[in-house]
Design a protein around this ligand. Structure first.
Ligand SMILES: [Zn+2]
Length: 55
């Protein structure tokens, strides 16, 4: 239950995994556009921190 289709079906039924709203278009992985962007931002920050820690 991790492919794109099933996440889209999940979103239609339950809304966003994070904010539980359905007003925003589906972003990815069961998250709305806004939450998906926020998650990507957090992931990028973590990746940046990991890279800095290795340096
Ligand atoms: Zn959301």
């Amino acid at each position: 239950m991790t492919n794109r289709k099933s996440w889209a079906a999940y979103y239609r039924r339950f809304g966003c995994l994070d904010c539980h709203k359905r007003k925003q278009p589906h972003g990815r992985h069961g998250l709305c556009d806004r939450c998906a962007a926020l998650v990507m931002q957090r992931v990028k920050a973590i990746v940046g921190q990991m890279a800095a820690a290795r340096a």
